[in-house]
Design a protein around this ligand. Structure first.
Ligand SMILES: Nc1ncnc2c1ncn2[C@@H]1O[C@H](COP(=O)(O)OP(=O)(O)OP(=O)(O)O)[C@@H](O)[C@H]1O
Ligand SMILES: [Mg+2]
Length: 255
């Protein structure tokens, strides 16, 4: 068998078995599709909590697409989350399944002859909770992206049992995608903690009316509307989020 082209990092997880710190909290960030702003919003959440002095770490349990940086291979999302985090953690915790090719992860795994195991992700996440006050887990693509013939990322979200933040990429068609995603979240017994309207198409007709329709239909607060930001303004996305709208997060906001 040829060696997998991925980095499958299961080695040092044995130490990750302790239960999470009671004061730690987190969320699972999903989106209406790929490239709709999950990394942008995950980073913004990490930055917002970091500004409040909390120890934060981002996790991208399944990532596809690497590029060479010197001697190492890196994934853009993982690097963004690291840059937004205030504590660093071993790569096998932050990105346990990292595939080289920017393709559907279950196909990358199959090509490599590797079965992605949700329990590896759950243990890595628990390990991160030992090190940080806040763990933000970014999903991959949309909510139900397959990891194999029998497991998808929604199953992983269910096992992580974190409140979900849905990033709605504002463009024509997003209402349907958002409602379907909300149904899939509810069907797994997960709670939608909030959603973020992220401007993908800044010329979207009737944008405000679309947001109002979503606000009426989704069973969770709109945490913020992020406009289309220039490349120098992207770190400002945190300024558009109101974390006090998630009841269990309010306790961490008092100064
Ligand atoms: N509000 C915004 N203003 C400007 N650029 C944005 C905004 N939101 C996202 N982008 C850009 O759009 C691209 C896709 O966003 P992002 O990487 O956050 O999506 P994603 O859902 O995480 O994608 P993936 O499925 O690949 O993980 C990135 O280049 C990001 O910088
Ligand atoms: Mg991303």
């Amino acid at each position: 068998m040829t060696l997998p082209s991925s980095t499958v990092r299961e080695s040092s997880l044995a130490q990750a078995e302790k239960p999470a710190d009671a004061d730690a909290f987190g969320c699972f960030v999903t989106g209406t599709d790929t490239e709709k702003g999950k990394t942008q919003v995950s980073s913004a959440l990490l930055i917002a909590w970091g500004r409040r002095g909390l120890r934060t770490v981002g996790m991208k349990p399944v990532a596809a697409g690497t590029e060479h940086h010197g001697d190492s291979k890196v994934n853009e999302d993982v690097e963004c989350l690291k840059a937004a985090s205030t504590v660093q953690a071993p790569p096998e915790w932050v990105s346990p399944y990292l595939w080289d090719d920017p393709i559907a992860p279950h196909i990358a795994a199959r090509q490599a002859g590797v079965q992605m195991d949700p329990q590896v992700i759950v243990r890595a996440c628990r390990a991160l909770f030992q090190r940080a006050d806040v763990v933000v887990v970014e999903g991959v693509g949309g909510f139900c992206v397959p990891l194999s013939d029998s497991v998808n990322m929604a199953d992983v979200a269910r096992q992580l049992n974190l409140p979900v933040v849905l990033v709605v990429g504002l463009r024509l068609g997003c209402i349907n995608h958002a409602l379907l995603t909300n149904e899939a979240i509810a069907a797994r017994g997960l709670r939608l903690a909030g959603w973020v309207a992220n401007t993908v198409d800044q010329h979207m007709p009737y944008m405000a009316e679309n947001i109002a329709t979503l606000a009426a239909a989704l069973p969770a607060p709109l945490l913020g509307h992020i406009p289309r930001l220039g490349s120098r303004e992207k770190h400002e996305a945190a300024d558009y989020l109101d974390l006090s709208l998630v009841p269990e997060w309010r306790t961490y906001l008092s100064d």
